[in-house]
Write a protein that binds this ligand. Structure first.
Ligand SMILES: [Zn+2]
Ligand SMILES: [Zn+2]
Length: 88
């Protein structure tokens, strides 16, 4: 299961500034300020259903055991439990 790269809808990302946040117009699927991914509300809601365990940068980069396993197409980090075929 891999995460598709967003729907391209206009969305707003909040970038921290010295005193507060500023809103920057972005498109859904774009790389965010934090190095993750900008998602619109719809895609974020869907990602939360697909990955209830949450994620670090990009939906799908954390396995069902809550271990960081790397971003799709990037480095892979092996989860020992996944390797053993362990299911929750
Ligand atoms: Zn979207
Ligand atoms: Zn795992």
């Amino acid at each position: 299961m891999s995460w598709m790269s967003g729907c391209g809808k206009d969305t707003v990302q909040m970038i921290p500034t010295k005193f507060s946040y500023k809103e920057v117009r972005s498109t859904c699927g774009q790389t965010s300020f934090h190095g993750g991914i900008v998602l619109c509300e719809d895609c974020e809601a869907r990602a939360e259903r697909l990955y209830p365990q949450g994620w670090s940068d990009i939906p799908g980069d954390t396995c069902e055991h809550g271990n960081y396993i790397g971003t799709p197409g990037g480095y892979d980090y092996i989860c020992g439990l996944c390797e053993m075929g362990e299911k929750i």
